[in-house]
Design a protein around this ligand. Sequence first.
Ligand SMILES: *Cc1c(COP(=O)(O)O)cnc(C)c1O
Length: 386
Amino acid sequence: MHIRNPLVMMPGPTPVVRSIQDALGRETISYNDPRLVADFGRLIDDLVKLWRCDGIAFVVAGSGTMAMEMGIVNVAAKNDKVLVCSNGYFGDRFVDICSRKGFETEVLRAPRWGESVSIAEIAAKLDEKKFDVLGVTHIETSTGVEFPLRELTEMMRASHPDTLVVVDGVASMGGVEFYMDWGVDVMLSCSQKCFGTAPGLGLLWASEKALEKRHAISQITETYIDFEKWVPVMKEPMKYWGTPAVNMIWSLCEAVRIIKEEGLENRFRRHREYASAIRRSLSAMGFSIGAGEKVASPTVTVSLYPNNRGLDDAAFRAAVYGEGAHIAGCLGDFAGKGFRIGHMGNIDDNIIVSLIASIERACVKCGYDIEPGVGLAALQRALIER
Ligand SMILES: *Cc1c(COP(=O)(O)O)cnc(C)c1O
């Protein structure tokens, strides 16, 4: 029996702090009660300003996958040419969505799991053929790879300013450096990753250019996720399209308040420091990191089992759960070969130390005979030196 729930160290959902839980537990009022309208309006305003968006932000009930679909269908017309860069499972989900919609979709894939499609490859592809939309995954949660988004936007602004850029920022927004004025047209995310609230909200940021493109496509076949249906609501939240998720909106208000209190730049730095400390600690315990050194992400880490040490994947993760931390299995090429840790959102030193301690005890219990404390020592050193 657990006296407390295991730590939620998944790449979503992530730990939800007390004040956000309290927002979820408030007595529900109507979406058009002036108090909710005011809170919702301030939330949209904060999202637009914090991420320097010249267009509008959308907060719509649904998961990250809904936000992906909403992000792409509003800026790509039927028969538009769409280029998707896939570094793994979620990149492939983007490809699936685009292919089903009837876009003329082409894909660039990373040479192998744990690496990223390069800017040079994308530039070469775009020089050879004109694409209306480019889709990329900022942090590929299946491999723990961070896509070089800053460099991409510099290249796109310089050489391909007419191609709209749509970014899946589900595992990065609120944890990793990014601002809309880098030159992204649609950024999308959701509530249960770096924002640290419960699952339930899709979040999107659309540039002025993206909104113009949506307007130019006279009608899209989707209704619930149509930008044009939601723009009036986001501008004046007393208006109605689909009933907003009142308590989830309050929880996001609190999540954004916490982000503002910490400061975005501090939050970005904290995520990079924790990721690097966790990687050092896992390496000290004999695990290898799934993502290449240059592309290892600040929010999620794939940790691969050492060869020939007889660690059984399901048994190991069950043991870690028993020791008090819930981690995830791997997907695709990495399935069965390691585990994934989400280290994003509202986490602190105590959580990271407990996570590594749980992994260490699980190693010993599963017969992988490391000296208890070896991972913690590396972690502590990294936390002290940061
Ligand atoms: C989690 C995740 C998704 C899917 O989000 P859901 O809320 O599970 O639909 C999409 N893309 C990335 C990069 C993710 O990490």
